[in-house]
Ligand binder design. Sequence first.
Ligand SMILES: CC(C)(COP(=O)(O)OP(=O)(O)OC[C@H]1O[C@@H](n2cnc3c(N)ncnc32)[C@H](O)[C@@H]1OP(=O)(O)O)[C@@H](O)C(=O)NCCC(=O)NCCS
Length: 191
Amino acid sequence: MLTGSKVILREKRLADARDDYTWQTDPELAQLDATPLLDTSLIQYLLDYPIKLHYSSLIRCQFAIDTLDGKHIGNCVYYGINETKGEAELGIMIGNRDYWDKGYGSDALVSLLSHIFRETKLNRVYLKTLDSNQRAQKCFQKCGFIPYGYLNKDGYSFVLMEIRRNQWGKKGKWEFKTASASSRQSNQSLT
Ligand SMILES: CC(C)(COP(=O)(O)OP(=O)(O)OC[C@H]1O[C@@H](n2cnc3c(N)ncnc32)[C@H](O)[C@@H]1OP(=O)(O)O)[C@@H](O)C(=O)NCCC(=O)NCCS
């Protein structure tokens, strides 16, 4: 369990299934996440959930995001862990809209990055987010992610962002080096 100032990151559990179903069948969330809308009945989803949770936990480090008083508001994960390269991809979703733009996402990310850089040997964490998703980009930049390129895939335009261990501060979780190279122009040459 990882505790931030606004959220707790905890192990996923079976009781998360209904929230996860609600969020995965939400058209706006699917669009923001550039993922297909889930097309499964709730019954089938609940039946499949235990086995999916088990197998995904074998290859992904996934956490539920709870408020400090225990409300499940989203999920975050790092996956594609490459120990040779020392890197992994990160994903996050605050599914409950009531908690957008209030610092919950950045607190969850900072807590997760703090865990990754303190408890694992990974040196680089990267992610992609839609070019149009300004909220997500702002949130990631607040946490120290720096844009390093662009990707067009499956009809979507993504911004690629990364943070390296040496950009993560040593004294405290918010004391990272500021993402100064954040302008689109300065990064286009990297694509
Ligand atoms: C993306 C997400 C994780 C961010 O979490 P969050 O808790 O909303 O983010 P934070 O409140 O920490 O930071 C968001 C920042 O973006 C700003 N913002 C919001 N909309 C914005 C816009 N259209 N343009 C620019 N900035 C914007 C907010 O004001 C805030 O900045 P501030 O703290 O300086 O005021 C969350 O909103 C989410 O999961 N959204 C739905 C799914 C999604 O977008 N998935 C894609 C993830 S790659």
